[in-house]
Design a binder for this molecule. Structure first.
Ligand code: ADP
Ligand code: MG
Length: 248
């Protein structure tokens, strides 16, 4: 029992694929409003961890709770998304033939939404919410541009905005800065930091400099378990962590 102070509560999670343990007795807690970086070598289990949280993969053993009462191991992916867990995948999947604003309209319609959502009139309140979200991610000036014409970084931010339309309490972000320019990386660091607080944010990333720039608490995964956890400056000097990264 964690006394109600965590938004995500994972204990002793094991996931096996043909006898191979992609997650092995993993225990992890996330506090409301926290910005947590998940790092670890290739194959450490980072994507599998995200898959368990979003209901894409069922753990063999262990418990996974969102808030105090929601047992994520018994919910479908759609139920989990609706309950307030949003995931931004590595590759942007915006609708290139639609404007930035239309992309948010489509996202607002939710997992069951289709292009028909664009035929429904938008209320003033919905418009304000979309404009405010575009402003949050720095794309208000691009609201009427086709998503396909945006830069790679802008597409990534638009997709974060699309996930925000579902008002997630927990936001999962997989390798947000891959392929970004240095300036875009800096903007993304600011964006993720600004989202934390109102949301809990979990970021999977490889780039150590980026992690250092946003670092709050860092969790290092290795062979499906937590190898080290704590402040970046402590974790990066941990001999166990150095060994795993030098051996990559
Ligand atoms: P990471 O994201 O940290 O690189 P993953 O979570 O993708 O690691 O994978 C962890 C391990 O589990 C890897 O060795 C990977 O090959 C294996 N794995 C992941 N998904 C599957 C699957 N569907 N079937 C078999 N093995 C898998
Ligand atoms: Mg991965």
């Amino acid at each position: 029992d964690t006394g109600g102070k965590h938004i995500l509560y994972m204990e002793d999670i094991t996931v096996s694929f043909d006898g191979f343990k992609a997650l092995n007795d993993l225990t992890l807690y996330i506090k409301p409003g926290e910005l947590r970086c998940i790092i670890g070598p290739n194959g450490a289990g980072k994507s599998t961890l995200m898959d368990v949280i979003t209901g894409k993969t069922r753990p063999d053993t262990g418990s996974c709770f969102f808030g105090q009462t929601m047992d994520l191991t018994r919910m479908t992916e759609t139920e989990i998304a609706t309950a307030g867990i949003g995931r931004k995948f590595q590759k942007p999947t915006v609708f290139p033939e639609h404007t930035a604003l239309e992309n948010l309209e489509l996202a607002m319609a939710g997992p069951k939404g289709t292009w028909q959502a664009l035929l429904q009139p938008v209320t003033g309140q919905q418009y304000d919410w979309m404009a405010q979200t575009l402003e949050t991610v720095g794309l208000l000036a691009q609201k009427d541009q086709l998503a396909g014409a945006l830069s790679h970084g802008q597409k990534q931010w638009l997709e974060i905005a699309m996930v925000l339309m579902q008002k997630p309490r927990l936001l999962l972000v997989d390798e947000p800065i891959a392929g970004m320019t240095r300036q875009e990386v800096e903007r993304t660091a600011e964006l993720l930091q600004s989202l934390a607080g109102e949301h809990s944010v979990m970021v999977v990333e490889h780039d150590m400099e980026f992690i250092r720039s946003i670092a709050n608490t860092v969790t290092v995964l290795h062979q499906g378990s937590v190898l080290a956890e704590g402040k970046m400056q402590d974790v990066q000097n941990d001999p166990k962590v150095i060994e795993v990264y030098l051996g990559e």
